[in-house]
Structures are given as structure tokens and as C-alpha cells.
Write a protein that binds this ligand. Sequence first.
Ligand code: 5GP
Ligand code: MN
Length: 343
Amino acid sequence: MLNFKDVKTLLSSSKKIAIMPHTNPDADALGSSLGLRGYLIKKNHRVSVISTTDYPKFLNWMDGHEGVMVLNESNYKEIESILLEADIIFCLDFNSLKRIDQLGPVVAQSNALKILIDHHLDPEEFADFSYASIDAAATAELIYEFIVKLGDRELIDPFIAENLYAGIMTDTGQFKYKNTTQNVHYVTANLMELGCDTTKVGSLIYDTNSYSRLKFLGFALSQRLTFLADYKTAYIAINAYDLRQFNSKTGDTEGLVNYALSLENVVLGVLITEREEGIRLSLRSKGDFSVNELAKKHFNGGGHRNAAGGSSELSFDETIRKFETILQEYKEELNAQVNEFII
Ligand code: 5GP
Ligand code: MN
């Protein structure tokens, strides 16, 4: 195990560094990776950002995004050797090697020092140094602190600040979720001082819907939303045909689950998507109901108490049936949620 001083010493001379966000990187995973990349390049390191899957189109403004190596059939070998030859691998916004799919075993096998920066529950023990807190709203908040702790706050330029801000803004639901602490605002204020244009980032992320994405949203809400009032639950189930029909791109379903949760009296909101790689579930809750527990127990997943994800090996229809069946188990707990905000 390394301590912070060791990390500081390590980073004081040029290293080969790989940075990995989790599969299907969101604004926090990608913003943290690219923010850290910007900083490490200034410190004269050789940096590769490696993602197992593509990132959403609404993030293609982030500084450094063009350089992200997205795994495909033709670059596996190249990525494998980068990971095996790296001095340091940063694992950002995930804490289980399962979350980087087929590259998990490669990272495990690599002799690189592994540094984990993350805010999820139940970390696996694979890192040599961990800067993690479940009280952080976003990994990007921790990246800011990590750079400051290294004594390099002044190296954070507007590009780095905006990448980090994007992670904080989205992981707090635009500063609305319970994880929006004083520290979140403090870090955000600092990022603004360092040149982050918050209006610009908000607009780049939320006001850049394609016409087909908006149509898809309308379709999902009018045709694919199920409300189970007895369970204070609403879910949206999107099959592969729907995705094809609307030419849905990576990231087009991002945020959809929040509409299910926005229904009055709903405690549990779920999005079930039939993707090429299998069935994915996105779960959100209000109050004390733990979607992390549910995802872990039934859908091979995890996350946070109020936001988690998972997968299913069953067919699409069977997954929906399974989900409805397991709700029985949680009926009492769901109905017992007396949330001050949902009366
Ligand atoms: P999302 O629904 O936006 O994909 O994910 C919500 C939260 O749960 C995120 O913090 C994400 O990192 C986590 N998460 C999503 N899918 C999985 C999964 O399969 N396993 C685990 N452990 N966490 C997940
Ligand atoms: Mn995050």
C-alpha cells in the first residue's frame, strides 16, 4: 500500500500513465479522466485515456476527448500493451474490475501501480493507493481535491475545470440530489474561480438534443412507461427494436430513468434497456430505499444508495417479469418510505 507522499514522489518524475473510466463512461467518469489527463500532461507525463466503450455524443466537447482510445476489435493488442507497460494506471469512477469488462483481467495482470479515485460503495481491493470517499458526490470532486493535495491547484486551467465541473453537475442532478454538500459548492466555486464557464457546460450537456433523441424521449414516456402505484415504482423498458427504430446512439437513454423517478409518489424508478451486449438496468430511488442493495442482490450490479446499475442474462421479457416479481420482496419497504419530498 502506498501513502499520499509516495504518490506525490511518484508523480514528480515523468511516467507512462493510463487512465481508465468505467464502461459506458458518463460525464463524471469521462470528465474526471480527461480533467486528470490535462493535469498530468502539464506534469510531463505520457498519458493514455482508455475506455472499453464509446462515450456519449453530448460529451464530445470535453478537452482531450479526441484522444480517448475506445476499445475495438482492431486495437485490443495496442491497448493491452499500453496497460501492461504502464507505470501507473488510474481507475476512475469505479471500484470493481468487473466495471471495465474484458480489460479487467489485463489491469489485474499489469505490474503498473494502480491508483483508484472513486465514490462508490463496497470497493474491491485491487489498488495500491486509493483516494475514495462515498461522501463525495462525484469522482470529479475528488480529482479536484487530489490535484490540490498534490500542491498543484494553479495548474487547473479552464479546460480542466470544465471537464471536472461536468462530472459534478451531472452526478448531483444539477445540484439537486442529497449528495450536493457544502463541499460540492465549495469545489464548484473554486472551479469557477479557475475559469470554468458553468453556463456553457450546462448548455453543452443539456441543450444539445438531436431531433430523434427528443422524439425518442416522447415515445419512451408515452409508450414504454409503466407505473406500479402499489409499489411506488415506475419503470421504462426499451427493447432493441425501439433503439433501432429511433437510431438511438450511446448516451441517448442517459437521464431517461429520472423521468420515471420524477413521478409524484414514486420511490423507485428503473430503466431497462435491451442492448447489443445484453440487458442493462439503471435504478434510481428517493429517500432511504437502497437501489445499490437491489442491484447487487438481483442484477449483478451496484452503485450508490440512490443511483445504481446492473445487468441481466435473461431475455428482455423475462427480465421485466423478474423485476416485477422481486418487487413483492420490497413492497413493504417501498411503501414505508415517508419521504418529505414525495407527499
Ligand atoms: P447508471 O444507471 O447511470 O448507469 O449508473 C448509476 C450508478 O451505478 C453509477 O454510479 C454507476 O457507476 C453505477 N453502476 C452502473 N452499473 C453498474 C454495475 O453494473 N455495477 C456496479 N457495481 N455499479 C454500477
Ligand atoms: Mn460518478
